[in-house]
Write a protein that binds this ligand. Structure first.
Ligand SMILES: *Cc1c(COP(=O)(O)O)cnc(C)c1O
Length: 390
């Protein structure tokens, strides 16, 4: 008999009843150091007092009124994101996939309005992940997720991540845009080769294409800058964000330059829930914290410490780990042993992690991580790796 919940997840048996900072408390009475963060979502940890206050205060005033009316918190968050980024305009959605859908829609509409309706194709990268809607699945082109859901949405071509020659060679008269995750998350925590994003910008400019970034996972402070592309000093035309933006409250956003966004006029897109007062109150509260001048430098500092400690463990346990890689606090341990087995063993010892493609174990601690918590996590990984029997 089918369970009451559609069995699309192979869920672990743990149930959490409370969270506090970097820790989760389960109904089994145990406390866990959370290096999963709900898959890069609870960027400020659990029950952050400023977020709790923002949400509860808004909850007592107004939950929802629809985008048929002005939403003060949405106006404010939009203006703040414009102020903090390359973007000139923002649309709020409820998830990463939705933010990505609009990103893809803008690419088509932009070329259409520019007199090039034949330019509708998007070149994306192998190993990427962009969401679970029909178009975002097609964009990523992962056969495992597409199987059985054919026909696949038309209009996507794929090249190897990190290879500029392949990207350039894939451009045709039908190409509208290039899409990449500046740091691949689900696919195995892959940072781009140096100069890759800049090269993509050049290809896009040369051929009149839009450059689309998916920073749903790598954005919102995760790499130690507000957005990962800032490390290369390269800006996209359109960018999807979500995950950390709401710190655990569902929200996504599509950010665009004026040039890219000008094609989107009244009636061309919409969302019932997108940008509702609750989500906006939390989003603004998240930005309050992330834009404090010491916040991102802290992320950078603690991330470098964690990475250095992981590198030591890789050297110490070559039969368990092959490599530590990633950017900021989007880190991965490529495993020699099976990633899921190590993940289970770490959880037994009180550390939560997430697996990723390429046999990688993903470490996604909250950005409020302390040096003491780095030491605690490293101690657990050291113990598990030390006891590992292949
Ligand atoms: C999680 C993720 C998405 C999809 O976000 P949802 O909120 O699950 O729809 C899209 N792109 C990237 C890079 C992601 O990590």
């Amino acid at each position: 008999m089918i369970p009451a919940l559609l069995p699309t997840y192979a869920r672990n048996e743990l149930t959490f009843e409370k969270g506090e900072g970097a820790y989760l408390f389960a109904t089994n009475g145990r406390k866990y150091l959370d290096f999963a963060s709900g898959i890069a979502v609870t960027a400020l940890g659990h029950a952050h007092p400023h977020l709790v206050a923002a949400l509860t205060q808004q909850a007592q005033k107004l939950w929802h009124c629809s985008n048929l009316f002005q939403i003060a918190g949405q106006q404010r968050l939009g203006e703040r994101l414009v102020e903090a980024t390359f973007a000139d305009s923002v649309f709020f959605a409820n998830s990463g996939a939705e933010a990505m859908e609009l990103t893809l829609k803008i690419a088509r509409k932009y070329q259409h309005e520019a007199g090039h309706p034949e330019r509708y194709r998007v070149i994306a990268c192998s190993g990427s992940f962009h969401g679970r809607t029909l178009a975002t699945l097609a964009a990523a082109g992962n056969e495992k997720y597409l199987k059985g859901f054919e026909p696949t949405v038309e209009g996507f071509d794929h090249v190897a991540f990190g290879n500029l020659n392949e990207m350039r060679a894939a451009v045709t008269k039908q190409t509208a845009a290039i899409l990449v995750e500046p740091v691949q998350g689900e696919g195995g925590v892959r940072p781009p080769p140096k100069g890759y994003l800049k090269g993509l910008r050049e290809i896009a400019d040369e051929f009149g294409l839009l450059l689309l970034f998916d920073e749903v996972q790598c954005g919102m402070g995760r790499t130690g800058k507000l957005f990962a592309h800032e490390w290369e000093g390269v800006t996209p035309d359109v960018m999807a964000i979500a995950k950390g933006l709401g710190g655990g409250f569902p929200v996504g956003a599509c950010l665009a330059t004026e040039k890219a966004a000008a094609c989107m006029t009244a009636g061309s897109h919409g969302s019932t829930f997108g940008g509702n007062p609750l989500a906006m109150a939390v989003g603004n509260a998240v930005l309050d914290v992330m834009l404090e001048k010491d916040f991102l430098p802290h992320v950078d500092r603690v991330a470098r410490l964690l990475k250095a400690e992981l590198d030591k463990l890789v050297a110490k346990y070559p039969k368990v780990f092959a490599e530590a890689r990633g950017a900021g606090l989007l880190l991965g341990l490529r495993c020699v042993a099976t990633n899921n087995e190590i993940m289970d063993a770490l959880r037994q010892e009180g550390l939560l992690t997430v697996s990723a493609g390429d046999n990688v174990l993903r470490l996604l601690p909250p950005l409020i991580l302390t040096e003491a918590q780095v030491a605690e996590a490293i101690g657990i990984i050291d113990r598990v790796a030390g006891n590992w029997k292949a």
